[in-house]
Design a protein around this ligand. Sequence first.
Ligand SMILES: C[S@@+](CC[C@H](N)C(=O)[O-])C[C@H]1O[C@@H](n2cnc3c(N)ncnc32)[C@H](O)[C@@H]1O
Length: 321
Amino acid sequence: MATDGAVGGAGTVDPGDLDMKDKQRVYHDWEAATYEGKFNISYDQRCIDYARDRLRKVVGPDERFARVLELGAGTGFLTINLALAGCLEGAELHVTDISPGMLDVCRANAATNGVTLTATAGDVEDLPYEDGAFDLVLGHAFLHHLPDPGAALREAYRVLAPGGTLVIAGEPTRRGDRIAGVVKRATARGFRALTAIPALSHLRRPGVEAAGGSAADAAVAALEHEVDLHTFDPEGVAHLARVAGFTPVRVVTEELLANWVGWAVRTVEGSVRPGVLGPRWAYAAYGAWRGLSRLDELLEGVVPDDLFYNLILHARRPLEG
Ligand SMILES: C[S@@+](CC[C@H](N)C(=O)[O-])C[C@H]1O[C@@H](n2cnc3c(N)ncnc32)[C@H](O)[C@@H]1O
């Protein structure tokens, strides 16, 4: 079982035999116990502010929603933090994900944080909900995992009531991702060079098997390099949403310098032995990210949109149609 950051439980699964949907499920089930540590997810002011600010970029505080669904919700980062921020007051909350393991963690997080939600396992390309069941459909960092993102947008349209709102944040842009790749590789090289010094070698995160996982665990862990399927052109995502029937459709992009620091931080967090970095690191990193985000806002309109890393899709299902 899990020791020192490894996750157990892959059993006898041979990832080579799986189709992409099963790979997503098996990988995220396997990762569920360590996912929040890897991405420094928490349910405190840092992540509450982050979640609220993503929604407020596109949806004003006066808009109220009675029935809310999050797609590809994972461990509940977005919905739970938005609920804690007071952005979903009075709403009936539903979340769905292809990974039952992620949803188990989500239910536990909701209970710990006093948030009432219903979590249902399902494929967002074929949602287990009635037509017109929701007023707001949310998502964060899941669209790029789907073989057919357009199918998910069509399903989001179907389960939204006429006049309903779609907000999907945290999806990588194509050009932003290329730049982030340079940052990630440079940071990883720097970390490897630093921890090649014998006195610092204990800082390195052990591999899955060295941390007590089985060969099957290591094979599932390696799916990490297969499950990110897409990056997006902002106009391409807007086009997919329009084809699904949404109008109006708006895509905003965010995070340039902030994202470079963000990926450097996440690369260190993914490389370092669990437990070495504490909450002070998380807050310091978030402080740097926030400062640079403000600078990035000044660069919006000056630097081309598609160089920013993250995009937010904001669309409506029209009243008629
Ligand atoms: C990077 S995680 C993001 C989780 C969460 N939204 C967050 O921001 O922390 C991607 C999530 O998409 C889910 N996923 C992948 N393919 C899916 C599909 N076809 N249907 C539903 N969920 C899917 C995964 O199980 C995983 O929980």
